[in-house]
Design a protein around this ligand. Structure first.
Ligand SMILES: [Zn+2]
Length: 203
């Protein structure tokens, strides 16, 4: 009986952990947990090892704040990248999507979020100051603002653009082939290529 109780406790615990993940409701959490109950020991340990390894090895690049296993990251330390152009994105996952298109060879800067007064997030909570410092130390000629086409994304881009236009730095935004509410993350490669290539200069 005691054994049975401890088993159900570990099940409850795993359901609770899965429920904390984005996009996982209580039902999915339960389904995943019972899947893991049936899975081989090997599969379960592989999953838990992959998660631990991720947390041990992954760090934030000291230059662009992308996630990496070495800092500065491969992009920041590469000699074949164009260091006169920089693309500003919200999240590390956006870098992966833009890289996958293969049409951008400049640098990135990951803000780690967007300005969102409702959620109490101001510019000081993002990597914006670090971005402005980089602009000058790298002598950037063009900035591409590639935040998501959401209200917060636009506000964040405008905030950065205000600063850049004072400093007379060429700034562009992705062509609005991207429908409102469609995060870069969910945009297909071709649409993203068009949005990058057709980017519009801001005043
Ligand atoms: Zn980097």
């Amino acid at each position: 009986m005691a054994n049975h109780q401890s088993t159900s406790k570990s099940i409850t615990n795993l359901i609770e952990q899965f429920s904390k993940l984005p996009g996982i409701g209580p039902k999915s959490a339960q389904r995943l947990t019972y899947y893991m109950v049936k899975a081989s020991k090997e599969q379960a340990f592989d999953l838990s090892h992959a998660i631990s390894e991720l947390k041990e090895k992954i760090l934030s690049c000291s230059e662009c704040f992308n996630i990496t296993e070495q800092s500065p990251c491969e992009i920041c330390s590469s000699s074949s990248r164009d260091t006169s152009i920089i693309c500003v994105v919200e999240q590390p996952i956006d870098v992966i999507h833009i890289e996958r298109t293969g049409v951008f060879n400049g640098l990135y800067h990951v803000l780690n979020g967007v300005i969102s007064p409702i959620n109490g997030i101001g510019p000081e909570n993002l990597k914006i100051t670090e971005f402005f410092q980089r602009i000058f130390s790298l002598q950037i000629k063009e900035v591409i603002l590639a935040t998501n086409p959401s209200m917060e994304g636009e506000v964040t881009s405008m905030y950065i653009n205000n600063f850049l236009s004072e400093k007379k730095i060429k700034t562009s935004v992705l062509a609005r082939g991207l429908p409102i509410g469609s995060d870069l993350e969910y945009t297909d490669d071709l649409t993203l290529v068009k949005a990058l290539e057709g980017r519009k200069l801001l005043d």
